[in-house]
Design a protein around this ligand. Structure first.
Ligand code: SF4
Length: 62
């Protein structure tokens, strides 16, 4: 699996970082998501973070 983030859609809510801090971080400038690991070690956690994102800025490519 590969994580794809659309920073134009991200509202910087930070839910992804709270759910999976090993895979996601937030920009210090505007709070938008930064993907630390495109291929996450813990896929279950990463999938949860994708589903929890309120703006649907995250998606998964299998
Ligand atoms: S949860 Fe979604 S909207 Fe919030 S920072 Fe992460 S990608 Fe952006």
């Amino acid at each position: 699996m590969r994580i794809i983030a659309d920073t134009d859609v991200c509202v910087g809510a930070g839910q992804c970082v709270l759910t999976d801090p090993e895979t996601f971080d937030q920009s210090e400038e505007d709070g938008t998501v930064i993907v630390l690991a495109e291929h996450p070690a813990d896929e279950r956690k990463a999938r949860e973070a994708v589903h929890i994102c309120p703006s649907q800025a995250l998606s998964i490519e299998e």
